[in-house]
Design a protein around this ligand. Structure first.
Ligand code: HEM
Ligand code: HEM
Length: 148
């Protein structure tokens, strides 16, 4: 549990949505058209990657909580039965959202973004890849700027 909290604290800083991400999200049509050179520079993760992280985190929490209600319905008092109806809705909605996000994530990580999959296998990306996709992070790693 303590290590999970530590891990979350570590990821939270990288995944917080900041002004650079908001500028990036407003220019998303360039991303869709593969005009990456016209996108505003960002840090280690892009807006979509960050949204995916929060979707999986909160979706997972909702799945566990609603899953427990579905698992032990007999422990829910009759006058709180609305909790059971709510749990059915929340469980299925969170399942659809996280499964959808997962499919998009694997598709983008393997088939769509060149260099993405090797980064997971090898644990590193090339200088030019980092500069192209995550310029503020690249400059930070190279010691040219500091974190926001
Ligand atoms: C439920 C399971 C998974 C979760 C919660 C998850 C979560 C994440 C998160 C939070 C990141 C950081 C950047 C981002 O949001 O994209 C990431 C990166 C990545 N994941 Fe996953 N992942 C899962 C499964 C997978 C699977 C099955 C694959 C491939 C077969 C995969 C491939 C990748 C790749 C290639 C990256 C690096 C993307 C990049 O930085 O360009 N992931 N994953
Ligand atoms: C700790 C986590 C979880 C618990 C305790 C849990 C528990 C349950 C229980 C007890 C049911 C009802 C089974 C029945 O009809 O008898 C259920 C149904 C279901 N669960 Fe989970 N679950 C969990 C996580 C997940 C996850 C991660 C997913 C998918 C991403 C998921 C997707 C579903 C779906 C699609 C159903 C069928 C819903 C329906 O028939 O209305 N669950 N779960």
């Amino acid at each position: 549990m303590a290590s999970m909290l530590w891990m979350f604290a570590h990821w939270r800083d990288d995944m917080r949505i900041n002004d650079a991400d908001r500028a990036w999200s407003h220019a998303m049509e360039h991303y869709i058209r593969n005009e990456d050179e016209d996108l505003p520079p960002i840090w280690r993760f892009n807006y979509g990657q960050k949204l995916f992280f929060w979707l999986m985190l909160y979706g997972g929490i909702l799945l566990v909580l609603s899953g427990l209600v579905l698992w032990f319905p007999e422990l829910i008092p009759w006058n709180l039965r609305w909790l059971r109806y709510l749990a059915v809705f929340v469980h299925v909605t969170a399942a659809l959202a996280t499964i959808g996000g997962f499919i998009i994530h694997v598709y983008m990580g393997t088939a769509m973004v060149r260099g993405g999959f090797t980064s997971i296998i090898r644990g590193e990306v090339s200088d030019s890849w980092a500069r192209m996709h995550h310029r503020l992070w690249y400059e930070q790693v190279k010691g040219k700027s500091s974190r926001p």
